[in-house]
Design a protein around this ligand. Structure first.
Ligand code: ADP
Length: 226
């Protein structure tokens, strides 16, 4: 089933067009990697899907998915590593879906606990976020974004600045969410030199050369171009 459908969508800012006539379908259980050079419009596309900017043209349709029930994990650079909160407070806040209220329900606490367990970070629950390693922080932020959704996670370069071991551990968890927990994934990444290309589909954004298709087809194209 299609979760999201972009039909001839043009995205940009004021009169500056970044992506023109994009056709892009996200199907349930897809794991889509978005690649492309800096400035090619990866974040702009994500902002469009999240509803942070409106399409200048075209339509973005959602099926069986509400736009504010998408889990979003921003780039690490946009999160204050010294944020004075415990892991539990940070993960729990993911259940709020942009609503502000003074307490959490039992259901919300159960969701937060379930996600700590799925990501194997239950033991970090009472630690301060500021005391964690880079890899642990990314798992906490992943658990937080998972609290906002049971369907779709959008991850913006989640493995940035992580060492190889932490990177692999994070990718293993993301693949597990996709394969065993029914979570559709859209991930911006620069990890194309990774031997095992992640995901079933790739969206590659390059000026005048936009590719969207299976990972196998993408790999064939790269070898053909060499
Ligand atoms: P990427 O994520 O691939 O690095 P972006 O989507 O961030 O690319 O940027 C695409 C283009 O849009 C760039 O030329 C960038 O300068 C421009 N851009 C990004 N954000 C804004 C903004 N808030 N206002 C105006 N232009 C922007």
């Amino acid at each position: 089933m299609n979760l999201i459908e972009l039909k001839n969508v043009t995205l940009g800012y004021d009169n500056h067009i970044v992506l023109k006539n994009i056709n892009f379908i996200v199907e349930e259980n897809d794991f889509i990697c978005i690649v492309g050079p800096n400035g090619s419009g990866k974040s702009t596309l994500i902002k469009g899907i999240l509803g942070l900017i409106k399409p200048l043209k075209g339509q973005i349709k959602f099926n069986n998915l509400k736009q504010n029930f998408i889990g979003y994990m921003p780039q690490e650079t946009k999160v204050d590593a010294n944020f004075p909160a415990s892991v539990w407070e940070i993960v729990l806040s993911g259940t709020l879906n942009n609503c502000l209220k003074p307490f959490y329900t039992k259901k919300e606490k159960d969701i937060a606990l379930k996600n700590l367990k799925i990501l194997h970070i239950e033991a970090l629950k009472d630690k301060s976020f500021a005391d964690l390693s880079g890899g642990q922080r990314q798992k906490v932020l992943l658990a937080r974004s998972l609290c906002a959704t049971s369907k779709l996670l959008i991850l913006d370069e989640p493995s940035n600045n992580l060492d190889t071991k932490s990177k692999e551990s994070l990718y293993e968890i993301i693949s597990d969410l996709n394969k065993n927990h029914g979570i559709t994934i859209i991930m911006i990444t620069h990890d194309l030199d990774h031997n095992n290309l992640l995901g079933n589909k790739i969206l590659s954004l390059r000026e005048d050369d936009i590719f969207y298709g299976s990972t196998e087809e993408f790999v064939r194209r790269i070898h053909h171009d060499k």
